[in-house]
Design a protein around this ligand. Structure first.
Ligand code: TMP
Ligand code: ASP
Length: 237
């Protein structure tokens, strides 16, 4: 499937139309951003690593009953996906405290959160992706009550599946962000799942193996993404 027109350029991926109205090509770029785009760099191999990593995770989720937009890996940095009508909310699941929840609630990093915390954020970089609640989602028409319940249930199902998968690879799945969209009225997981949008810590050393290496200037960002991929058995070429 060939790409035709650029439909949307995000901070790390570009989406292109194809000859089939229902299908898009997602191109993963090396652009790496943090702090709502305020920190920006090019990291060699990131597009390829995240594309292959995401395909592996999306296929695992699909095989375990989570509907996803992923159709096929097309090339090193491109995948074919179903075109979704995206909902403007981000779903965050947290198994341990890290990042914004530590600042908001004064928690010590690493505190186990049992049961896992679920949060909605409004997807708007100019506002810094503010945290929102169910009432905002309804009042502003971002999703219906039933759609919110579906997003929560799918996000927690993803947590069961991926916490176990990462655990077997010697990693804690600390937290992650998912985005959903509608495909012919079905709630479908879109966007990507990669070390750019989750936190992964080595179970033995608690070393950070995700985009916090970039946010915090810890170095060897892509080397660590590749190590996570290797442990999971993601084919990288
Ligand atoms: P946070 O601690 O900054 O709220 O982020 C929680 C998790 O969700 C973390 O793994 C990063 C991810 N995330 C994104 O990738 N993009 C976003 O816009 C947000 C709000 C979170
Ligand atoms: N990806 C978002 C950004 O570029 C959030 C983050 O990962 O920090 O700002």
């Amino acid at each position: 499937m060939q790409k035709i027109d650029l439909l949307y350029k995000g901070k790390a991926k570009s989406a292109y139309t194809t000859e089939q109205a229902d299908l898009l090509v997602m191109e993963y770029r090396n652009d790496t951003s943090a702090f709502d785009g305020k920190k920006l760099e090019q990291l060699a191999r990131k597009g390829e690593v995240n594309n292959r990593f995401n395909a592996f995770i999306m296929e695992y989720l699909s095989n375990n009953g989570v509907p996803t937009h992923h159709v096929a890996l097309l090339s090193a940095n491109q995948s074919l996906v179903k075109r979704l009508q995206m909902l403007p909310v981000e779903c965050v699941v947290r198994n341990r405290a890290a990042g914004s929840i530590c600042r908001r609630l004064g928690l010590e990093e690493g505190k186990v959160l049992e049961p896992a915390v679920f949060e909605f954020f409004y997807k708007d970089d100019s506002l810094g992706d503010p945290m929102i609640n169910d009432s905002h989602v309804i009042t502003f028409g971002w999703a219906t009550d039933a759609q919110m319940q579906e997003m929560k249930a799918l996000s927690l199902r993803v947590n069961e599946l991926l916490s176990q998968l990462f655990d077997q690879a010697g990693l804690y799945l600390v937290d992650y962000k998912l985005e959903f969209g509608l495909h012919q009225d079905q709630m479908v997981l879109g966007d990507e799942f990669s070390p750019d949008g989750c936190r992964l810590w080595d179970k033995q050393t608690l070393e950070k193996m995700d985009k916090d290496r970039f946010r915090q200037g810890l170095g060897q960002v892509i080397e660590y993404y590749e190590e996570v991929a290797r442990r999971l058995g993601v084919p990288l070429n």
